[in-house]
Ligand binder design. Sequence first.
Ligand SMILES: [Fe+2]
Length: 419
Amino acid sequence: MNSTSILEASAVRSWPEQQRDARIPAWIYSDPALFEREMEVFHTGPTWNFVGLECEIAQPGAYKRSWIGTRQVVMVRDENGEIQVLENRCAHRGAMLVWENKGVVKDFTCPYHHWNYDLQGNLLGLPFFRGAMGKGGMPRDFKKAEHSLRRLRVALRGGLVWATYSDETPPLDDYLGPEIGALVDRAAGGGRPLKLLGYNRQLLPCNWKLYLENSRDPYHATLLHSFFVTFGLLRTDTAFKAVPTIGGRHAIMASTYSAATANTQNEVTKELASLKSDFRLEDMELVKPVDEFGDSSMINFSVLPSVFFQQHGNSLALRHIIPKSPTQTELSWTHYGFADDDEAMENRRIKQANLMGPAGYVAIDDSEVLAMMQPSVNAAPDSVQVVEMGGRDVSPQETMVTETLIRGFYSYYREKMGL
Ligand SMILES: [Fe+2]
């Protein structure tokens, strides 16, 4: 479907003419035709999608299910040690092939008619190929080689597995660009082997773009998240950079933490109703990061279309944004550390991970506010939102009090969607 027919299907729905970069029409959070088009443009289109970590499938035959938009895939290490990403869909009748989230197998057999594939997705065999009792069976000219599983292009960087459906996707390094590429390497500890620490998963009753915006919105961080402010992990007077890259495709948020600002009051803290300077945690390790990257910085960044790299203190995680429907999004968290972490660091990472995930001291606020936002945008699809904090353009800014990264995303989005 092209963008013209989207607008026809969406009746009078269009993008506001005035202040285009600084306005968002609410209909884009619930429109089914638009959602289908987004999946084609941003997920199965010419983009690189996060699939999982290389360390999750260490030995041959190890696999893990994942998602690219609404399509399910399986990443698997084949007999040669290479990583394959295959669509989790039998080439016969389209049944779901792999039903477990993780495992180790020699090959894949579809539960429906037992068609059997090797770890590269090649069809090895199928029952009753020549029929039974001289009857039935496949036509003589049926060629197994023409009925493999759909195999995606794969690239590796930063210990992560990335995949794309499109032959037109540029090489991963070009797609990420130099700034994001460097941060992907930083998040991977400059090449240290990663170690899986665990998972959280949650279903958010909201459109995927509401979560994507949230993850590019430093303005809300010290207002909604009272935990951050109360315990000094992040404050609006923290040195901060918000940098959109490649025309808004990706987004970087970098802050510097400082013990000096953690419990002081100044003109900024007067704006923060939630600051309670007499509150103390029993265990301050929860909010006391160790400077492991040597730059006293927390750098969080968002890679279009579906992954957010989290560094909150020493809690490192990939947040995988998985659209399910116009109003449902799965958020899948993969927490990791490094294979050579000492025990104290590993424990610190796990403890600090309590800020994040479905019940995290910080992240729970986002889930709640977005769950309450979706019915509100559903009920008023012709309403328009304002994103003018920090100006109306798309530019790098050195403040948290900005919506430049949201403007950047929609500038890029509109161009790709033809809106
Ligand atoms: Fe948040």
